[in-house]
Write a protein that binds this ligand. Structure first.
Ligand SMILES: [Zn+2]
Length: 313
């Protein structure tokens, strides 16, 4: 099968941060970073990110100084706020802080700091590095707030490694942030590709690539073949890796493939899909004329489709 190269970086990649994973356990370094007036803080409130300019259609990430974030850091009266060191931007430490304990965090911030929004709604309009940084903050804080107790013995966990790990206070088990692999694949057959309309799509006209989670003990290629078979009944042969897209909403990474169909008959799984069918290149080039919508421009699904249009013979 033809290798189709990725034409451009995927959304949520390109963070400017040096993650300094080798310095997270250096207590002096972390304490100095925490105390520094220069440090910046990306607040996360109930999985939403602080942004301004959203109404104007020109969103930008808002990072707070230590001083501006003081009240938010104390929100909820925790003796230990949920924070984590994301990394260094240039030399500047950047932290994520979860301020979900506050019923409304905006009054705790200086004026003009924007508002909390779902990052996914505006990520395509943000500078790529900002989208990546905010996705990092959101994914890490989601993991932190859901791993307060040990999965081994059930006792309380406490943060380690500048908030990038949790350790059990009873059995000392170490817990690390999870990233669940999901495969996303454009199934192709000659001049046509297979797209599905998921039962989860809010827009009734949208057709997109198939996707699903990798299961334990399964290779990525096996997951591609299983998911396509389960959802559409189509048999897949060769699979070619294309690119990946972080998807920490809450904890995934999308691994993109082009997959060659060995059969054509489509039998959908109605629990997953409302419809799936073969589209010609001509239809993909003119979705309006064909009466359907392609996935969003900033999605890896769209990239798999566009790169196939560009590169396939
Ligand atoms: Zn434990």
């Amino acid at each position: 099968m033809l290798t189709i190269p990725a034409s451009r970086p995927n959304a949520y990649t390109g963070s400017p941060l040096d993650r300094v994973s080798d310095r997270r356990d250096d207590a002096d370094f972390v304490a100095a970073a925490l105390a520094s007036k220069e440090s910046l803080i990306a607040p996360v409130w109930r999985s939403k990110s602080l942004l301004r300019g959203v109404e104007e259609g020109a969103p930008e990430a808002v990072l707070l100084t230590r001083e501006a974030a003081e009240a938010v850091l104390m929100a909820g009266g925790h003796d230990q706020s949920t924070w984590a060191l994301l990394g260094l931007n240039g030399g500047t430490p950047v932290f994520a802080v979860d301020c979900s304990a506050a019923e409304d965090p905006l009054p705790l911030l200086p004026e003009g700091m924007g508002a909390f929004h779902d990052l996914r709604a505006v990520a395509g309009l943000l500078p790529p590095g900002e989208a990546s940084m905010l996705a990092h903050a959101r994914g890490l804080m989601h993991w932190r707030t859901r791993h307060r107790f040990c999965g081994v013995c059930g006792h309380t966990c406490e943060p380690r490694s500048a908030g990038n790990a949790m350790a059990c206070t009873n059995c000392n088990a170490q817990h690390f942030p999870r990233t669940d692999p999901a495969v996303i694949m454009l199934v192709v057959n000659g001049d046509e590709c297979l797209l599905g309309h998921s039962t989860r799509f809010p827009n009734s006209a949208m057709y997109s690539t198939l996707a699903g989670f990798v299961e334990p003990g399964e290779s990525l290629e096996e997951a591609v073949r299983r998911e396509v078979k389960e959802e559409t009944g189509v048999t897949v042969g060769a699979c070619q890796y294309h690119s990946s897209q972080p998807w920490p909403f809450p904890a995934s990474i999308m691994l993109g493939f082009h997959a060659e169909a060995l059969s054509r008959e489509v039998t959908i799984d109605p629990a997953e899909l409302r419809d799936a069918r073969w589209f010609t290149r001509e239809e993909i080039r003119n979705p309006e004329a064909a009466g359907f919508l392609l996935p969003r421009v900033d999605s890896i699904a769209r990239r798999l489709i566009e790169d196939w249009l560009e590169h396939a013979p």
